[in-house]
Design a protein around this ligand. Structure first.
Ligand SMILES: *Cc1c(COP(=O)(O)O)cnc(C)c1O
Length: 235
């Protein structure tokens, strides 16, 4: 597919997603401007990201630090307004690289990672914005701080990172109704006075917006199905 074809196709999907976000916001009595779309580009090639950038999208999400490092620094040179969120689990030994490449780390989920990010901040002279990921579904294989430990961990991160701690993120279990998970996260953010709530993906972002999401992380509805390996050649 040629670059203009790719830009037209992905630009059309992006616009459709934006309209659905605006409609869901109005339905919930909210201002659409209070909801930021994070376009999740994991496994998609830099050409696809460039097409979506050309269509006016500036905030992207990647779940692997290494893939983000390979794709994003060259794009930033051409699009200085680009903002990148790391949305996948971060290994402690990747914390410095994550802080270098990302504007926001959405997956802060344990004290050892908070320590590593603090050390990275000392080295770089700046910290990214951060969200605490909460494992609202208590899934053993999933990243995220356990519900029972979340309040104490959030307080610890608040004390340590101050305003750089912006809010909370969750990924409900695929087999569950997501709505109660979104409601739980929303209550928790309110209780801690945190402004940012990252919840909602291609299949459930309207429900997340109804429960107060301020960031929605959407991949498939914009980029189409993910190639099975990363990063793939453009089609
Ligand atoms: C891949 C991913 C998404 C996007 O999922 P889609 O269903 O493709 O919209 C959102 N959040 C996280 C953490 C992801 O890893």
């Amino acid at each position: 597919m040629t670059a203009p074809d790719l830009a037209a196709r992905l630009g059309g999907r992006l616009e459709a997603v934006r309209q659905r976000i605006a409609a869901a916001a109005r339905q919930a009595g909210r201002n659409p401007a209070g909801i930021t779309l994070v376009a999740v580009s994991k496994f998609h090639p830099a050409e696809a990201v460039a097409a979506v950038l050309s269509a006016g999208q500036s905030t992207f999400g990647e779940n692997r630090v290494q893939e983000a490092e390979a794709k994003f620094p060259p794009l930033r040179d051409a699009w200085p307004d680009l903002r990148l969120h790391i949305i996948g689990g971060v290994q402690t030994n990747k914390a410095l690289a994550a802080c270098r490449v990302a504007d926001v780390i959405e997956s802060l989920d344990r004290p050892s990672l908070a320590d590593a990010i603090a050390r990275a901040g000392d080295r770089l002279g700046r910290l990214p914005d951060m969200l605490v990921q909460v494992n609202t579904g208590a899934e053993p294989q999933k990243s995220g701080i356990a519900l029972g430990e979340a309040d104490a961990f959030i307080a610890l991160c608040r004390a340590r990172f101050g305003e750089r701690l912006r809010g909370l993120m969750c990924i409900p279990p695929v087999e569950d109704d997501p709505r109660p998970h979104f409601a739980t996260l929303s209550r928790m953010a309110r209780a801690h006075g945190l402004p940012t709530l990252s919840m909602g993906m291609s299949g459930d972002f309207e429900a997340a917006i109804a429960e107060g999401a301020t960031l929605v992380r959407i991949g498939t509805a914009i980029f189409g199905p993910r190639p099975t390996s990363s990063p793939a050649a453009p089609d």
